[in-house]
Each structure stands twice: as C-alpha cells, then as structure tokens.
Design a protein around this ligand. Structure first.
Ligand code: IPM
Ligand code: MG
Length: 356
C-alpha cells in the first residue's frame, strides 16, 4: 500500500503529521513518501505541482493531502498559484467523484450556529462532480466583446459544460452510495435557467431507471442552499456539479459547527484517491499548534476504506475520534467552556492512545 503524503501549505504540515502518527500505530504496513505541493513547492521549484510530485501521486494507491494556498501567492499568474496544484491533481488523476460528508457529532451539537434540534444526528453525504463543469470547460479567457451589452468592451468568459458519460458516472456513484445509506438522492441543478443543468437533470433521471430501490428528487441550487439551513436533515445523498458542489459543501460543512471535523475523498475509476480535510490552509493560524487535526485523521480513515481496502482500520480510527470527543478533548475551533482545550499534537496523541 503506497501512500503519497502531500502536506502543502499553512496548517497542512501540522495536521498531516498527526494523521501520519495515527496511520503508524495501526499495525499495517504502508510505504509513505512525502513531497512538496502548493505554495511551498512554488517557492522550492517554481511550480505548485512539480513533475516529481505529480508522478509520485499517480504512482501511489492514495494521496494524503493537507491544504494549499496563502494570500502571499495571490498576485502570481493563475497557472502558478497554489490552488492549481489541487486542480492539476484532480485533472491528471481523473478524480471525478468527490465525497464530502457533513456529519454532526453528538458532542459538538452546541458548536453549530443552527438550533441543536435542527442538526442533532445530521448525516449528509455531498457527492460533487470534480473534473468537469465551468471549472475545466474550454474555452475560457479574456477578450474584447463583439456583442452583448457592451460591444468593444473588455470581457472575461468561462464555459460550463458536461457530457453524458460524465454525468452518468457521477450519478451511478451517488445511487450506489445511497444504497448503503438511507436510499435517497437529491440531484441539485439549475435546470430552470441553464442548458447544462437541464441536461444534467435528464441524464440523472435516465440513470435512476437502474436504481428503482433508491428515491430521487431534483432541486434547484438556490432552493438547496436554503433547504440546507432550513431543514438539513431532509437530505441523505446530494449529488451535483463541480461549482454548485463547491459552494453547497462549504455550507453543509458549517452546519455541523466545525469545518475542522470534516474529511473528504476524491476518487477515480480505479479507486485511486486523494484524501484531504474539507477545510483550507488557514495561514492565519499556521505554526501555532492550534489547528484541528481530526478532519485529516478522518480523511485517513476514508483512505483506508476506499482506496486501501482496510475497512476495519477505518472504523478503528473513527471510533477513536469519537472516544477523544467523549473524553472532552477539544481543539480551539470546537472548544466550549467545560471541555478540555488541547493543541494539534495533543489531539493527535489522544487519538493514538485511544487506538492502543
Ligand atoms: C475545494 C476548494 C477548491 C475548489 C479550490 C482550492 C480550488 O475550494 O476543494 O472546495 O474550488 O474546488
Ligand atoms: Mg471549496
């Protein structure tokens, strides 16, 4: 089992170190190799996704990823910005299926900005298509407008597009995931306005014919954004395109009170995957030892489950995380009076102890 370890920028190095600690006490044999990615890779090699890093990732069964990005790179040309590293990995590895669970842990119900009764027991799985849509559609760029409201003016444009096979494969992923859960899929679109998403809706409906045991409903993205805060527990599996999924998954993650708790998985057709916390690099708190490593530790659990075929070890990690929460240990982001505030490393150590 070969794991590429790509900590990246900001808090990435601190949180990935804790996940590696946890992996090392499972009694399993891994080959782990680290490489630079993001801003730190740009500083060292002049590119956020150096050839060697990409090669390592492609040759591994799984990538354990921290986070990339820092404001100090915002002025670079787009192809050199840290975010291009994650987009490049998604594209080159074909990681089209992104799983973003939003689970509310019993002990953290009070950390949400929503009323406890709305989110207690919340367990949503957002499945975001990750290699298509307006993120990757060509053409894109800047030009002088020849039509529109201001002919002759400078303009910018992107292309939203999806092919039938791209929609079909993510729909299959969603229906199959729903079968292991509560058998309900909500497909989120903007079919009332966009051609791309009328097509999305039609194709998802076609694929649904193969899953009569799963209930499917369709929802416009604006309504979905509203329903997520109004009645989040109505959702089971949500499947949507790349851009809507980017936005809705941030919204869903915050329902649970802390984005510091949520893992994610991005898979290709060979079950090769990239595993990363749902949160970003948080340069403002980097190096202070206060970041929450649990999202990364839980991402390592997803990695064991999806790419390394080690379900039992995955469950062990998840159980250990619940145990440290029950013990009252909290990093700053999930701290509340009456609990025990710990550092990044102390939290990692606590999970390690819970595993022993
Ligand atoms: C995410 C992030 C990325 C995205 C950025 C960093 C390119 O927001 O993984 O959700 O937009 O997909
Ligand atoms: Mg995002």
């Amino acid at each position: 089992m070969k794991i590429a370890v790509l900590p990246g920028d900001g808090i990435g190095t601190e949180i990935v170190a804790e996940a590696v600690k946890v992996l090392n006490v499972l009694g399993l044999k891994f080959e782990m190799e680290s490489a630079l990615v993001g801003g730190v890779a740009y500083d060292a090699f002049g590119h956020p996704l150096p050839e060697a890093t990409l090669k390592l990732a492609m040759a591994s069964d799984a990538v354990l990823f921290g986070a990339v990005g820092d404001w100090k790179y915002d002025k670079l040309d787009r192809p050199l910005r840290p975010e291009q590293a994650i987009l490049g990995l998604r594209k080159n590895m074909g990681l089209f299926a992104n799983f973003r669970p939003a689970i509310c842990y019993e002990e953290l119900v009070g950390a949400s900005s929503l009323k406890p009764e709305l989110i207690a027991g919340l367990d949503i799985l957002i499945i975001r298509e990750l290699t298509g849509d307006i993120y990757f559609g060509q053409p894109r760029g800047r030009r002088i407008a020849t039509d529109g409201h201001f002919p002759g003016a400078e303009e910018a444009f992107d292309t939203m597009r999806y092919s039938r096979p791209e929609i079909e494969r993510i729909a299959h992923v969603a229906f199959q995931a729903a079968r292991k859960r509560h058998k309900r899929v909500t497909s989120v679109d903007k079919a009332n306005v966009l051609e791309t998403f009328q097509f999305w809706k039609d194709v998802v409906t076609d694929v649904h014919a193969q899953y009569p045991d799963v209930a499917l409903d369709h929802m416009y993205v604006d309504n979905a954004a509203m329903q997520l805060v109004k009645e989040p527990k109505r959702f089971d599996v949500v499947v949507t395109g790349n851009m809507f999924g980017d936005i809705l998954s941030d919204e869903a993650s915050m329902l649970t009170g802390s984005i510091g708790m949520l893992p994610s998985a991005s898979l290709n057709t060979k079950n090769q995957g990239l595993y990363e916390p749902s949160h970003g690099s948080a340069p403002d708190i980097a190096g202070k030892g206060i970041a929450n490593p649990l999202a990364t530790i839980l991402s390592a659990a997803m990695m064991l489950r999806f790419s390394l075929n080690q379900e039992e070890a995955a469950v062990r990690i998840e159980t250990a995380v619940k145990k440290v929460l029950a013990q009252g240990l909290r990093t700053a982001d999930i701290y509340s009076p009456g609990t025990n505030k710990v550092s990044t490393a102390q939290m990692g150590d606590a999970v390690v102890n819970a595993l022993r």
